[in-house]
Design a protein around this ligand. Sequence first.
Ligand code: SF4
Length: 283
Amino acid sequence: MISGHNESMDKAVHLIGLSIAEISSFMEELGEPGYRARQIFAALHHRRLRNFDEMTDLPKSLRAKLFEQSTAATLTVESRYLSTDGTRRYLMRTHDNLPVETVFIPEDRRDTICFSSQSGCPLKCDFCLTAKLGLLRTLTAGEIVEQIIVALNDAYGVGTETPRGTNLVAMGAGEPFLAFDSLMKALSIMAEPGGLHIVPNRVTVSTAGIVPRIRELATLPDRPHLAISLSAPTDDLRDKLMPINRRWPLDDLMAACKEFEASLKPGERLTFEYVMLDGVNDS
Ligand code: SF4
């Protein structure tokens, strides 16, 4: 049986969250030849099609089977706000009606897409609006990849080559390291040369300080850049601003960061972010 799809979605396989190998197994289950997997993967990730009807290079009979047993797209755009500088902010909805925030930021040399890893967030950072929602649900790998596809299609049109490269930042709603499996799977799907081809070196993941995952990332070969959201120089203040600090205080966090730093290869980065809050942590 195929893994990686959302069981609650009426048992439908969410194709965009599957690796090529997983789509191959799905083809086998459907009695279809294995080479269809690459065709479908390219249709979803390279041509960025979100509808089986548009995959006219697939036989009608296969499209009918796909339509019956799987889904190509699950996110819908509820609202879009376009700024004068070209920044596009999206509020999307999952199939179970949960909010997902994504931002597309055009820049001279590259575009940046800021994506969410969770709907809501279980951490209670004092300065954050998303924190007020609590955790609604961790997103699936497919829901992470879809945010990028929706934003690129909106900016450039379905399937159109993008004029610049794309950087990704996991700095939208949610703590990415509490969505670790979805995140790492989404990154490996997006890195495929036959798809979006956005390699981990183009991705930055920002964490509030989930220490065991920082240590785990230090052991992985293909990984994104890491940013640590610090926001306070002392445990006293950080306990208040980012309560996750009570679980992993600054000493533990810094020890894990040192481990990660020691594992850095050329071209990889570890950075610290410091949100300045008027009169709170800016003295
Ligand atoms: S981890 Fe990020 S999304 Fe979650 S509460 Fe903190 S700032 Fe907000």
